[in-house]
Write a protein that binds this ligand. Structure first.
Ligand SMILES: [Zn+2]
Ligand SMILES: [Zn+2]
Length: 88
């Protein structure tokens, strides 16, 4: 029997980890403690935050966050979270 996938509660923001590509929820995962230009969220699968991603300091990989994320402290959005490739 197919266990119904839990309906995402309001306030979830599905993304994928830039390192291991496992799904993660940007609103429910923990902020990292790095002193990077922008803190990132810790992946529940590989326990890495996005700060160590090779593109993290690449300005082309950032855009304005959706309002939902902005409400939760994201000043910028690291595009690889969305699984999209960034054009160079
Ligand atoms: Zn970090
Ligand atoms: Zn990961």
């Amino acid at each position: 029997m197919a266990l119904a996938r839990a309906i995402p509660e309001r306030g979830s923001f599905p993304a994928s980890c830039p390192h291991c590509r496992q799904p993660m929820d940007l609103l429910h995962s923990a902020w990292c403690g790095c002193a990077a230009s922008h803190p990132s969220k810790i992946c529940p699968s590989c326990w890495k935050c996005a700060c160590s991603h090779f593109d993290y300091e690449n300005l082309l990989c950032w855009e304005d966050p959706p309002a939902e994320l902005r409400r939760y402290g994201f000043e910028r959005f690291f595009v690889p979270y969305a699984g999209r490739h960034v054009r160079r």
